[in-house]
Design a binder for this molecule. Structure first.
Ligand code: FES
Length: 272
């Protein structure tokens, strides 16, 4: 039988993401579960291993509910104090909190500056000529939303491959994100084309072709002498061109989406 959630008063979400594991989340989880078991608190509490909760600099990190208490720098000893304080006194351990409901500041000892894309800069590109360009983020937390946006809005944007094959997102029929790959189906003039890009991190044991098609560089650009000519260039790990998504010069919506959502800019910012 699964956990009887009707009995649970307190839940400990312990991060088991890569940074937390490296920093020692296993001893934290083991100590937590052993303590709860031995104190007879197993049925009234719940422990959940999570993937990254977005506070890697505070690893090992955890969240306690109720109360939305976010903890930092846990170890096999201080997590016992955390549990005792919550379960016996209904209070948090303030000095280990990175955040709690109502806080207006993050109380981290190692807060990292937020990563933001660089401003556009003028470059002479050997393939595209004189352009303004900047790199976006290339994890699938950005690339999947980008493709999804283009597909869902049936944007007037064209996917162009190095060998000349082109497909319009206005003709996309389906888009599916599997384990690592994004599979897109285009139907154009009775011809159905199925295309794939690898977006997720992929183990080295997977076929080389799959690894090679991984999008690891995403460049947003516009031509210096023809600013309406804009696009997104996708490259692999070695900097080889995978494809270019050319945006329609009359369509501002996609470009604004790129600036606002993908690049966190409200307008084009140029390196001075
Ligand atoms: S891996 Fe734990 S917060 Fe990121």
């Amino acid at each position: 039988m699964g956990k009887d959630l009707t009995q649970v008063t307190t839940t400990f979400y312990i991060c088991d993401g890569g940074s937390c594991r490296k920093a020692g989340s296993d001893p934290v989880m083991r100590a937590t579960r052993a303590y709860l078991r031995n104190q007879g608190l197993w049925n009234t509490t719940h422990t959940i291993k999570t993937r990254c909760i977005g506070r890697c600099e505070d690893a090992p990190a955890a969240i306690v509910h109720p109360g939305d208490y976010w903890y930092k720098n846990l170890n096999g000893q201080n997590v016992i104090t955390v549990m005792q304080r919550h379960l016996e006194e209904g209070k948090p351990v303030e000095e280990l909190l990175v955040f709690k409901e109502g806080s207006t500041v993050i109380n981290s000892d190692k807060e990292r500056p937020k990563k933001v894309p660089k401003p556009f800069s003028l470059v002479e590109d050997e393939d595209l000529g004189v352009i303004y360009s900047t790199r976006g983020f290339s994890t699938d937390q950005y690339t999947y939303p980008l493709f999804l946006y283009l597909a869902e809005t049936k944007s007037p944007a064209t996917l162009t491959f190095p060998h000349g094959q082109t497909h319009s997102f206005q003709n996309i029929q389906a888009l599916e994100y599997g384990k690592y790959q994004l599979i897109m189906t285009f139907k154009e003039a009775d011809l159905t084309s199925i295309l794939a890009f690898t977006l997720a991190g992929i183990p080295k044991t997977e076929p080389m072709a799959l690894q090679r098609s991984r999008v690891l560089v995403t460049e947003f650009f516009y031509e210096a002498f023809n600013p309406e000519k804009r696009g997104i260039r996708l490259k692999d790990k070695m900097g080889r061109l995978l494809a270019i998504i050319w945006l329609d010069s009359t369509d501002e919506k996609v470009w604004n989406y790129c600036l606002n959502v993908q690049l966190s800019m409200s307008e084009v910012v140029i390196q001075s």
